[in-house]
Design a protein around this ligand. Structure first.
Ligand code: DQA
Length: 193
């Protein structure tokens, strides 16, 4: 997985140059209930995570108004909300508008990050234009569960994600050969948003 973030990070001294350390550890939480998610976010903090990803599509029953309020307010770490549809490898199989509404609500309630799939990004980003809180970062993601494409294809993908207005580029690919990782490293260098 590749996540690139240009604008956030703690500057650090390195050989006389100031560099940004943008690496963060994110703990994804998939659970049947909000109670379980709350228990897991406490464990994530104790384990040293920098942020928590709530996979809303894993919840067996989900009441956005009530549940998102709890997750945002009770989270001791910056929160990332993902509502992954089946067509991108997740578990949500419902109405697309309801899915994007839930992500918008998470934003309004104070989420720090929202993950939206490349296919839905234009619509989502347009819909929050002028309403996006300053602290919110939109992650535009793309998943490939078959393989890791060529550097050229990955580069094109990064460009398509950047063109949506993403704050953070996220690409998850499947490594089928040890050299696949090298292509991801090559792309990281060119993927600053
Ligand atoms: O996009 C991803 C990648 C992931 O699906 C994985 O399997 O690595 C895990 C998810 O929680 C995350 O949002």
């Amino acid at each position: 997985m590749l996540a690139s973030e240009a604008s956030v990070g703690v500057p650090r001294e390195s050989g006389g140059r100031m560099e940004r350390n943008t690496t963060k550890i994110c703990a994804p939480i998939m659970a049947d209930s909000v109670d379980e998610m709350v228990a897991n976010m406490v464990k994530a903090k104790a384990g040293g995570a920098d942020l928590v990803e709530f996979r809303l599509d894993s919840l067996k029953s989900f009441h956005p108004q009530q549940d998102l309020r709890i997750l945002v307010k009770d989270c001791p770490l910056p929160s990332l909300f993902t509502y992954r549809p089946k067509w991108e490898g997740g578990q949500y199989d419902g109405d697309e508008k309801e899915r994007l509404d839930a992500l918008r609500l998470a934003m309004e309630l104070g989420a720090d990050y929202i993950d939206v799939e490349l296919q839905a990004a234009d619509e989502f980003i347009k819909s929050i234009h002028g309403k996006k809180p300053e602290k919110l970062k939109v992650i535009v993601s793309s998943h490939n569960y078959q393989n890791t494409p060529s550097v050229e294809e990955l580069g094109n993908l990064v460009a398509r994600i950047q063109a949506t207005g993403a704050d953070i580029v996220k690409i998850a690919t499947t490594a089928v050969d040890i050299t696949d990782a090298a292509r991801i490293f090559q792309i990281i260098v060119h993927s600053q948003v």
